[in-house]
Design a protein around this ligand. Structure first.
Ligand code: C5P
Length: 227
């Protein structure tokens, strides 16, 4: 394949409440996962989609796949995820086996503008990896029961997904990453293997949905866009 989108959706998603794992909670009348699938399936650069899902979630996933409107031929066989995000990604990469580029994305980020995919593809001309990021606008400080020291935000960015990579390079980096270390994204795994990661402009729509209130904000955003 040329470019494969790898969507990890094997998290428990308990922080969003509501019983159903958050990636299957409806947003705008469709399961959350259907939105990311739809965005990739409508982008001409994406050849295949690899989904990584939780054990026993095949029926929920099939519903999301159908709701996305993506042609069935676009999907590679489903893969069961692991105990951590990193492990889930690793299983997805091993299952894909061979591609030129892979775009690794969280199902928990349902609104994926096509222009971000364009930027990520373009950025890989000169780098082994690229991430969308947005500058930090809020004051950053240590928290707890009481407000602590302010952390200077100059030069800090918030890193989003999808993250695009040369396939062989990210697979090798994942294989080299120490089993016991957790990683919140894949760009840090690429960097740890000694490769530079390019930054492209991210998008506020790409915010990750973590909590119950994020689901409601997403509903409102969708309502405003009428999609
Ligand atoms: O929990 P968090 O929001 O950081 O998860 C980010 C993404 O990774 C989600 O789309 C979630 O479904 C996925 N994930 C996974 N396997 C895990 C944990 C998280 O695929 N074991």
């Amino acid at each position: 394949f040329d470019i494969v989108a790898l969507i990890v959706a094997a998290g428990k998603g308990e922080r969003a409440g509501g019983g159903l794992p958050k990636q299957y909670r409806p947003i705008g009348g469709k399961p959350m996962l259907a939105h990311a699938i739809q965005a990739f399936s409508r982008h001409p650069a994406i050849d295949r989609i690899q989904l990584v899902i939780g054990a026993g979630q095949e029926a929920l996933c099939a519903e999301a796949m159908a709701a996305s409107g993506a042609p069935p031929a676009l999907f590679l066989p489903l893969v069961t995820g692991g105990a951590t995000r990193r492990e889930s990604v690793m299983r997805g990469l091993e299952a894909i086996g061979k591609a030129r580029l892979v775009m690794i994305h969280d199902a928990a980020r349902p609104f994926l503008p096509a222009v971000v995919i364009d930027r990520l593809v373009a950025a890989l001309g000169g780098a082994e990896g690229a991430v969308p990021a947005i500058p930090v606008a809020d004051t950053l400080a240590r928290g707890g029961t009481e407000l602590g020291e302010v952390v200077p935000r100059d030069g800090l960015v918030r890193v989003q997904t999808p993250q695009s990579f040369a396939f062989d390079t990210i697979l090798a980096a994942h294989r080299a990453w120490p089993e016991e270390l957790e990683a919140t994204d894949d760009a840090q795994i690429l960097r740890a293997a000694g490769h530079a990661v390019a930054i492209v402009a991210g998008d506020p729509a790409l915010e990750k949905i973590t909590f119950q209130e994020d689901v409601m904000t997403a509903e409102q955003r969708l309502g405003a866009r009428m999609v």
